[in-house]
Each structure stands twice: as C-alpha cells, then as structure tokens.
Design a protein around this ligand. Structure first.
Ligand code: ADP
Ligand code: MG
Length: 324
C-alpha cells in the first residue's frame, strides 16, 4: 500500500514527547529553554552523492545525519535539547525509512533528545537536520577564543585516531585497498561518527576555543586562527592515528590526518596550565585527546615533524564549491 506524506510522518517520525512542550503534529513545536541559558542552533544538510553514497546502510545514514549536527553542539559546549528533520526523498520506501528512522532515533535516545518537527517532500534524497541545544549564557566555546601560548588538542577514539573516514573514502574511490577487517573499521569511522557532545560540555570554562572537524583539520583550524588572530605550530607526528591508518604510507597518513574531513572530532585550544584537567576530563568520558601543537602570536601554520623539522606539503581542506 502506498504511503502518503502524513502516514509516513506518523509511522516513522512521530513519537510522544516527554521533554519538549510540544512535538510533531502542529504548526510549530514548542521548546522550554531553562532560564539563564542561551539557545544554540545549528543546521547541517546531507545530499546523496555528495555527503554519502547511495549504497550506504539507511540506519547508518540516519545515525550520521544526526551525529554531524550534534557534533556542532558539542563544539560549542552546548547540551542538546531537540531537533527537526527536513527530508526530501524520491519515494516513500518503507525499508529505507524504517532503517533511517531506527539509526536516527537510536542516536537521539542516546543523547536524550527528541525529534519535534520537520518537513517531508518528494524529491532527490536530501536530509537537513536542525539541532537545538542550550548553554549557560556567555559560556559557549567559540572559534574566536584561541590565544598565543595555548596548547592545540584534538579528540579521538581511544586506541584510534583521525583521518580514518578519509581513508575509507580513498578505498571507495579506488585509490587505496584495505583488507576486509581494516576496511570495515575505516568505514565505521566514516559512516558512524561519535559526536563529542559530553566532551564539549566538559571543556566549558577549560578550553579557550573549539571547532568540530568536518572539512579536514588544517582547513577547520584555519577558521580558528582567522577568528582568533593567531598562528600555530603543529607537530604532524603527534597526530593520533588508528592502527589501520598508521600502517599506510606516511604521505597518505598525513593527507588523511591533516586534510581528511568527516572526522567529527573536537579541535580545541586550552592553556598549558590546564593540561591535567583536560586529560582528566577526557579520561572520565572515555575519549582520547592528543596535544598536537601550540598557538603562536605570529599568523600562519608551521608544520613540523617530531624532531621539529619543517614539513613541506600541500594539504587542501574540503570545499564543496572548489572540489569536483
Ligand atoms: P505545515 O504544513 O504546517 O508545515 P506539515 O504538514 O509539513 O506542516 O507537517 C505536519 C507536522 O509534521 C508538523 O508538526 C511538522 O513539524 C511534522 N513533520 C513533517 N515532516 C517531518 C519529519 N520528517 N520529521 C518530523 N516531523 C515532521
Ligand atoms: Mg510543512
């Protein structure tokens, strides 16, 4: 039986709300914001063929669609409250919708947040989520707070690193080949990122600045440097690497780690005096953090190896309009 727009919403996306004042079903949703808090809002759109492959498992796609949005709340140190989903899809395919909703809502449940509204239309597969979070007034982590002398940190899975999503992409592009288990691990990094929501909140009052890694470390770091008016020295050998990436040629390791994209880890800066607290906060949450450089007054990026020797190389960041 064909599924109409409203049946589809009712069947897959409407659930009773407990936290929001009003959820799916009226012209607006209503959210209660705690007094003294600021509302943090962020949207991310995922387009088939550009942000994901048409062959991706629908549940993983549902997970990733919300994860990339939660990652932005994490980068600001905000606590997630709720989200909306604007969905354009070619046909109301129950198998796709069931998997997509399952992956999406499982991650929502993990973070205690609710889908409170959205829009549904026929068209090319396109997923746009808006997340709402709250943060104590004036305490959001911003790109503009980095200071000369700060340590540069990047989060990573314990025992893992950054750059694996890019490695998986290179396999899909036919540029790299990996054995089955290694490919599965890299592919998980690409398709099932873990947004660093709790770490972001723990870094409030500790970090001077933060950004989440979506377009590659050097490109995203560039936003922080420009917003803060500082430069940086990065020790490329200190980049955290998974065993799979670490077994690849060094040039590929650096390319994946420095300009990979799709990492959804936090890149943040904090004063050296607070190193112990940063490590303790990350450890308490079961997240790895690696100190990979130092912010400097002189603008620009100075990339060095473990011995302090300058590294040459062109590490472009990902730009949707500049990339083919
Ligand atoms: P309107 O015409 O007033 O914009 P719609 O008919 O588009 O409302 O949507 C009906 C209700 O279903 C609204 O509460 C809307 O927020 C919700 N909704 C629509 N699409 C989705 C979706 N993909 N996920 C969750 N809620 C949705
Ligand atoms: Mg509508």
């Amino acid at each position: 039986m064909a599924l109409g727009e409203f049946d589809l919403i009712a069947k897959f996306f409407k659930r009773p709300v407990r936290r929001a004042a009003l959820g799916v079903g009226d012209d607006c949703a209503l959210l209660q914001v705690t007094p003294g808090m600021q509302l943090a809002v962020s949207s991310d759109m995922l387009v088939e063929g550009r942000h994901f492959l048409s062959t991706v498992d629908p549940a993983r796609l549902g997970h990733k669609s919300l994860a990339v949005n939660l990652s932005d709340l994490g980068a600001c140190g905000a606590r997630p409250l709720a989200f909306t989903l604007a969905l354009s899809l070619p046909k109301a395919d129950p198998a796709f919708l069931e998997g997509f909703a399952r992956g999406l809502l499982a991650l929502a449940d993990e973070h205690g947040i609710e889908l409170v509204g959205g829009d549904t239309t026929a068209g090319p597969l396109n997923i746009c989520i808006t997340v709402f979070g709250e943060v104590p007034a004036g305490q959001a982590l911003l790109r503009s707070g980095a200071r000369a002398g700060d340590d540069l940190w990047v989060s990573h899975p314990v025992g893992g690193g950054i750059g694996d999503a890019r490695l998986a992409l290179e396999v899909f592009r036919g540029q790299v080949s990996l054995e089955g288990r290694d490919f599965d691990a890299a592919r998980r990094a690409m398709e099932l990122p873990t947004p660093r929501v709790a770490l972001g909140q723990a870094l409030r009052g500790l970090a001077h600045s933060a950004i989440d890694l979506s377009d590659g470390l050097l490109g995203d770091l560039g936003h922080v440097l420009r917003a803060s008016g500082v430069g940086v020295r990065i020790d490329a050998d200190a980049l955290p690497r998974s065993p799979v990436l670490a077994s690849q040629p060094r040039a590929l390791q650096l390319e994946c780690g420095l300009s990979g994209g799709d990492d959804y880890e936090l890149l943040f800066t904090a004063p050296p005096a607070r190193r112990g607290e940063v490590l303790a906060a990350a450890q308490a949450l079961g997240v790895g953090v690696a100190r990979i450089g130092e912010l400097q007054g002189e603008p620009g990026v100075r990339l060095v190896d473990g011995e302090g020797r300058p590294l040459q190389g062109d590490f472009p960041s990902f730009d949707h309009f500049l990339s083919a």
